[in-house]
Design a protein around this ligand. Structure first.
Ligand code: PMP
Length: 352
């Protein structure tokens, strides 16, 4: 027998490229085009390096308290982790431990099936309709749990909170995770409903609207009982997930709310401008309420456009996957970056 027979074999998640060169317009991983809040920069300058000698606060109390204050929930209703990827992975491990398949959309964040595979969780995908909308009935079948992003990725489509409430009510025996990675760009968060549904877990991130992808910070808000179970698994895995600088700087980001609102507003305005321009160039897309647009062109294959843009040092995201292989996911950058993108596409379409 070879040791290889005992290996947990998995096909890993493929993250968007992080190109080495500086002169690239990077619209491929939904990062924020603006720097973190001035409050974060100040907190970074004041970091006490002597404290790095010690282990960090394993409960990240400072950050948990700041989040609890900001979202008007109890600290016991919050869990923090190393990006929402960490929070989601821990949640899959904790809550999806039955024999029935968990459910998520066929077109969605492509890490869900990877976690299901690595933790040996059975899963079933539910097809979005032709306009990339969730078909609520799909989530009323027997299941071992549900996870749906709102707005969805990579489509950008936002569903009503009422639809999620219906799913929650009809699935009292399942944990329902709503991944709100992009909710700050025009969605309605389900956090205010935490007290109402014991089986609801909302996950958010500091990587997009709070301009801190590099620090890796995410969090979950849920009923205290859910959070307790989640912590039990976390503390059975790694006590010190969040490092001291991450805890300090994320707290500073939460406290600098004026800046947060300013950059989110700017990104929304740039998104609306970008939509108009893409429409003018013949692209079509469902309405996005996120910091990206998922667009297709009737004449030019997405894969060709992706390659042309890349050669022009503009990076967007493309998946060679069923149903979405003629779409590009374009992150909303600064006004100047989006003007460059639009000009490039205009010239390309003209000269082709
Ligand atoms: N959920 C969704 C829907 C995402 O698109 C992403 C970003 N790749 C994440 C979660 C994870 O983000 P992070 O780990 O940076 O918080």
């Amino acid at each position: 027998m070879s040791w290889e027979e005992n290996v947990r074999r998995v096909t890993p998640y493929t993250a968007g490229e992080q190109p080495g060169q500086k002169n690239v317009i990077k619209l491929n991983t939904n990062e924020c085009p603006y720097p973190p809040a001035p409050g974060v920069e100040k907190a970074a300058a004041e970091l006490d390096c002597e404290r790095l000698r010690l282990y960090p606060d394993m409960n990240a109390e400072k950050l948990v308290n700041a989040l609890a204050g900001y979202y008007h929930v109890k600290p016991e209703q919050i869990f923090v982790g190393v990006g929402s990827d960490d929070v989601l992975a821990m949640s899959f491990m904790t809550f999806f431990n039955g024999d029935k398949p968990i459910l998520f959309p066929d077109i969605t964040y492509s890490f869900y099936d990877v976690w299901a595979d690595v933790f040996r969780i059975p899963y079933q995908t539910c097809a979005l309709d032709t306009r990339f909308r969730i078909r609520m009935e799909d989530y009323l079948q027997p299941n071992g749990g549900i996870v749906i992003p709102n707005p969805n990725a990579p489509t950008g489509v936002l569903e009503d909170v009422e639809m999620f409430e219906e799913i929650l009510k009809k699935n009292p025996d399942s944990v329902v995770i709503v991944d709100e990675a992009y909710v700050d760009f025009g969605g309605r968060s389900m956090i205010p409903l935490i007290g109402k549904y014991e089986n609801l877990m909302v996950v958010q991130t500091f990587s997009k609207s709070r301009a801190l992808a590099g620090l890796r910070i995410g969090f979950a808000v849920a009923d205290e009982k859910l959070i307790r179970y989640l912590k039990d698994v976390k503390f059975s895995f790694n006590s010190y997930t969040m490092n001291m600088p991450a805890i300090e700087l994320a707290t500073a980001a939460i406290l600098d709310d004026a800046y947060f609102k300013e950059i989110v507003g700017k990104i929304i305005r740039t998104r609306e401008w970008t939509k108009e321009q893409l429409r003018r160039l013949g692209f079509s897309f469902e309405d996005s309420r996120s910091n990206f647009v998922f667009a297709t062109h009737p004449e030019v294959p997405a894969q060709e456009l992706f390659a042309a843009l890349r050669a022009g040092n503009i990076y967007v995201r493309y998946w060679k996957k069923p149903r979405i292989d003629n779409y590009l996911r374009i992150t909303i950058g600064t006004d100047e970056q989006m003007r460059t993108l639009v000009l490039f596409l205009e010239n390309y379409l003209k000269e082709r």
